[in-house]
Design a binder for this molecule. Sequence first.
Ligand code: PMP
Ligand code: GLN
Length: 385
Amino acid sequence: MVIRSKLADVGTTIFSTMTALANAAGAINLAQGFPDYPCDPTLGERMAEAIAEGHNQYAPMPGHALLRMAVASLWQRRRGTLIDADSDVTITPGATAALFTAIATIVSPGDDVVILTPAYDSYAPAVRTLGGRVVAVPMNVHDGLLDWTKLADAITERTSLVIVNTPHNPTGTVMSLDDVDTLASIMANTNALLLSDEVYDHIVFDGLRHVSPAGHPALAEKTIVVTSFGKTLHVTGWKVGALIAPSAITRELRKVHQFLSFSVHTPTQIALGRYLEQTSNTDNVAAFFQAKRDLFVHALRGSSWTVLPCQGTYFQLLGYGTMADIEDVEAAKTLTTAKGVASIPLSPFMEGHESAGSLRYLRFCFAKRDETLLAAADRLKNGMP
Ligand code: PMP
Ligand code: GLN
């Protein structure tokens, strides 16, 4: 029997590939984005309590009220606007599932979906699985800038969804108020909705602040925001995220969510809800990661790596163009096996990018213990193998 593949060109993700290679080579893993230090032990205590108290059956389909309220109050505290925990917030099993749910809700076979590349690796396969066509608009990787005219030209009457990501993985750029204004004017005369991936919304550096398209009056009614607790609370393995959207969109999102996921792990939702009720730790996340970025970059001073600006996320792009003229996937693999430091090449994020093969940057995750970052920098300092 022949199985017709919907994703014939897709293999194992670059994150799994590089982590497996790092483990096999005994390398320091700065590839896949996850912390190598423990989360706040209080979170674990809240989880143990929730299980011991017997919260072990299905949670309500839209999410446990405690966690939806925590999402709404965090939103109000950090973004200054009100959302309704009952009608605007849906808890999902991580951001990946939130993205897939939103794409499945909005995109019909034959629709165009505009993405900005480099783009997080799940967007394009999700769109294609659901019968949509990916229209990629390339960003300039060196400075994270976008040619807005190209974006405007890419959106047509066939476009049902535009996907943006701020702070941006992998370039580390963040949208400004001017960017969001421009986006609003481009989307003004279109029928497209906006999917805004904001999983790193707490991780913005150097006095900048997170600007969400959902905060713009002209975009608020057409924007679906995706968040994830994994990044903010250092628990990527807990896989809990949320979709935040106006009630009319949320009603449709939940129709898909109830058949894709139905509901999310109950004790984890209660643990997160209770923890967030009691902590202001989330306000310190940006400073925590900024110190790690600075430590890593400082430790590389005097080396031949080109350090690109990083305004947010926990990823640093480093250029190796002055040291080697090889493609980035090969560079990442060689660096892992020969130098013992694993990173992520950019080309897997580059659907639609003509110059993907000529880019000479690797992405390094700095959500790591200081000693891990210093040991990695030490190995990287004397250049490419
Ligand atoms: N979007 C972006 C931009 C990400 O970097 C990630 C993972 N780090 C996700 C979505 C997926 O998040 P989750 O692990 O909660 O599914
Ligand atoms: N989002 C993580 C990263 O960018 C990886 C998640 C995954 O492995 N799918 O590193």
